[in-house]
Design a protein around this ligand. Structure first.
Ligand code: BTN
Length: 334
């Protein structure tokens, strides 16, 4: 076994049973190396921030994980075997770009790209998405085959619900600002950007990349000045969440929607109801900004395709789609 593989294998063994102590003898026999090699590998894991308790005559126990976003850490939180299709990077231009490249190279549905930091994180409408290292989760999830272009807004909505459900498990009460922002205390904690992949020449679409960025441990001064009134992190909202645990929970929830329940091929009615319940846009006065002009309206509901139903001052209603327009809340960031 290569020297650098030993800490990962050791971690796998300790992680399988974190309740009990594992003797040095048992570990060295299972790994086929000397006890000294086990001891050295243990030291390397501790250097990386893993907390490993050691008790004389009982052995070693994995007591705590560092807050990183490595493949080894994610594997500790994901169901066994799932980690194989999750690719972790320290730095990328954008996980969406990398994931789109992987799609073109033939990557399968459920492939995930995670980065600790992005240098060109992108958001909707050509905006950038601030993605500093060590404090957020930036991930892209690939879905294929055949995704009809009109599924785009539903995909984003499913992903938004998935993120909300995960955050609710941590005791938070997130809301969805239509179409793709997750809000806590009227500030944005997460943005979602879905991109279709395919062959531009033939116009065939063969997949979709759902990109999710979550602010996790930033404090006020860590956000760029222009975002300080608009952004919030989970830490500021009162939740201390290891980033790998959060990423794994989101990936697992997306797997549940798209792989296990195959939600895209089912009627969307219950999803629309959940989206409406969590929406902070429905019920608000909004400004609808189209390429040709803008108008004021009241957001009154979410349509079956996840578009926003708005009512104009003369009482007529229309559905606007996320690709076409931008919606700005007239009363604060809703
Ligand atoms: C938005 O707020 O308009 C959407 C932001 C989406 C950001 C995520 S971070 C992971 C993925 N990679 C990107 O470059 N963008 C998305």
């Amino acid at each position: 076994m290569a020297k650098r593989e030993l800490p990962a294998r050791l971690l796998e063994l300790l992680g399988k049973d974190r309740e009990h102590y594992h003797s040095g003898e048992e570990l060295s026999a299972q790994l086929g190396v000397t006890r000294t090699a086990v001891w050295k590998a243990m030291g390397r894991l501790r250097e990386q921030g893993y907390r490993i308790d050691s008790v004389t005559r009982r052995g070693y126990r994995l007591a705590g994980l560092p807050d990183g976003l490595t493949a080894e850490l994610l594997a500790q939180y994901l169901p066994a075997g799932r980690g194989k299709t999750v690719f972790c990077y320290g730095e990328l231009d954008s996980t969406n770009i990398r994931c789109q490249q992987m799609a073109l190279e033939g990557a399968a549905t459920g492939t995930v790209v995670v980065a600790d930091r992005q240098t060109r994180g992108s958001g909707r409408l050509g905006r950038s998405f601030a993605s500093p290292g060590g404090c957020g989760v930036y991930l892209s999830y690939l879905l294929r085959p055949e995704c009809p272009p009109d599924a785009l807004s539903l995909l984003t909505s499913y992903a938004g619900l998935a993120v909300c459900e995960v955050l609710e498990q941590y005791g938070l009460s997130p809301r969805i600002k239509w179409p793709n922002d997750i809000i806590i205390d009227r500030r944005k904690v997460c943005g979602i950007l879905t991109k279709l992949t395919g062959d531009a020449e033939s116009g065939t679409i063969n997949g979709a990349v759902i990109g999710i960025g979550i602010n996790v441990t930033q404090q006020r001064q860590d956000f760029p000045e222009e975002l300080r009134d608009k952004a919030i992190s989970l830490r500021e909202a009162g939740a201390e969440v290891p980033r790998a645990a959060l990423a794994a929970a989101v990936i697992d929830r997306l797997d549940e929607c798209f792989l296990r329940q195959q939600l895209l091929s089912r009627p969307a009615a219950p999803v629309i109801e959940q989206l409406t319940r969590r929406s902070c846009t429905v019920g608000s006065r909004v400004e609808v900004i189209t390429p040709t002009g803008q108008y004021e309206a009241k957001a009154v509901g979410i349509a079956p395709d996840a578009g926003l139903i708005v009512q104009l001052p003369d009482g007529t209603r229309r559905t606007v789609s996320s690709g076409e327009v931008s919606v700005r809340g007239l009363l604060g960031y809703t």
